[in-house]
Structures are given as C-alpha cells and as structure tokens.
Write a protein that binds this ligand. Sequence first.
Ligand code: HEC
Ligand code: HEC
Length: 180
Amino acid sequence: MIASCAVCHGGSGEGNEARSAPRLAGLDADYIERQLDLFATGKRGTARDDTFGPQMYVIAQSLQPADRKAASGHYASTEVPSSPLTLDQTLAGQRGKQAYETCATCHGENGMGNPDIGAPRIAGQADWYLLASLEAYHSGARGYDDEDVPGQQMRMALDGVDRSEFKAIAAYVASLGRDD
Ligand code: HEC
Ligand code: HEC
C-alpha cells in the first residue's frame, strides 16, 4: 500500500512538487489519519474549486480504515530532511515572521504543531504546499464541512489575515526548524 503512495508522495514520504503531493514524513499520526478519513468521507477533496484534493479523495476511498491507520503510523515515524525552499526567502524575514505571530498560538513558535488541538506540524513542509493550503482554506476549498471542526478553526484563523501576506507567511514557515 505504501508503495502506491510513493508514486506521488515520494519513496520516504518527502513529497513531490511535480505531483503537488505534500511531505507526509514526520506529521502526527492522528493528523494523517484524520485527513485520510476526511478525504474518504468527502469532507476534504470534493469542493468544486479544489484542484489537487480530488486525487486524494479517490485514493482514500479505496483504503480500508486499517490501511489508513497503518499508513499514518508509517509516515509519522519516518523522518526526512526539510523540503527544498522554492519561494523567495527575503519575504520570510520581517514580514513573514511578524504575520506568523497569529499562527503561533496553535502551531507553536517553532511550527511543530499541537496535537491536542489538531494543529499539525507545518515546519519543514514544502512552501508551495503551505501556500496552496492557505489559499484553499481561504477560498473554502478546504475546511468547508461543518463536521470538520479543526478545518473550520483553521479557516476562521485566516479571517484577520491579509491574503497578500500568504506568500511571506509560507516562506517563513518553510524556513522554520530546518536541518540544512
Ligand atoms: C496520484 C497522486 C497521489 C497518490 C498516489 C497519493 N496521494 Fe496523497 N496527496 C496527493 C495530493 C496531490 C495531495 C494534496 C491534496 C491537497 O492539496 O489538498 C495529497 C495529500 C495527502 C494527505 C494530506 C497531507 C496534509 O498535510 O494534509 C495525506 C495524509 C495523503 N495525501 C496520504 C496519502 C497516502 C497514505 C497515500 C497512499 C495510500 C497517498 N496519499 C497517495 C496525491 C497523491
Ligand atoms: C486556532 C488555531 C489555529 C490558528 C490560529 C492557525 N491554525 Fe493552521 N491549522 C489549525 C488546525 C486545527 C489545522 C488542521 C485543519 C485541518 O485538519 O484541515 C490547521 C492546518 C493548517 C495547515 C494545513 C497543513 C497541512 O499539512 O495540510 C496549514 C498550512 C496551516 N494550518 C497554517 C497556518 C498558518 C500559516 C496560520 C497563521 C496565519 C495558522 N495556520 C493559524 C489551527 C490553527
């Protein structure tokens, strides 16, 4: 089963920009499993203006609950180097750092997340995916289902954030906790 994920997410779950597939390695197991459950039940990946989610919606539906749990445990216990930086890092400086203050309440100063409230680790994630995710929550392509409480929280968290800051924020988050 993991071999089938590798086609898009990479052999070690490091992610693959060419496939728009994010890094999975090092994410919290409960977070991964919950996302797979959301995809499988159409609470993520079925919005009309969602470009990449529908692929995962189809895949997650083909997985049994036990497979989703196994995949989650597998990727949570895999470590890979931080994703390559693709956004202009000069944005990360003052602007991104300052705008990130509002995110730190839930995702932590270091971006390592807080499993108690379902806020995932975002440090080390690919910047292009971070940016795409912010746009998705903003447009309602993600976090649209009333039963997806963490997704709704994340959408609301962007209420007071200017969309023109998304790129700087993504560049800053991607620069957190790097091992290079
Ligand atoms: C055809 C390519 C493809 C395959 C195969 C694939 N994925 Fe994905 N996956 C994606 C894409 C694209 C996204 C990003 C969706 C989005 O932007 O919302 C994604 C997102 C995810 C996410 C959400 C990550 C996050 O940070 O929220 C999880 C979890 C995931 N995939 C797990 C898996 C697992 C487990 C498998 C194997 C059973 C798998 N994927 C196979 C393309 C794929
Ligand atoms: C009130 C708490 C809270 C705040 C504040 C918050 N988030 Fe989140 N964030 C969450 C939760 C909970 C999730 C998981 C949502 C889901 O499952 O869809 C999440 C998910 C995300 C994701 C998706 C990660 C992935 O792997 O797909 C990104 C990216 C993200 N947040 C970035 C941010 C940024 C940047 C900010 C600040 C502008 C921010 N968050 C502010 C709680 C919060």
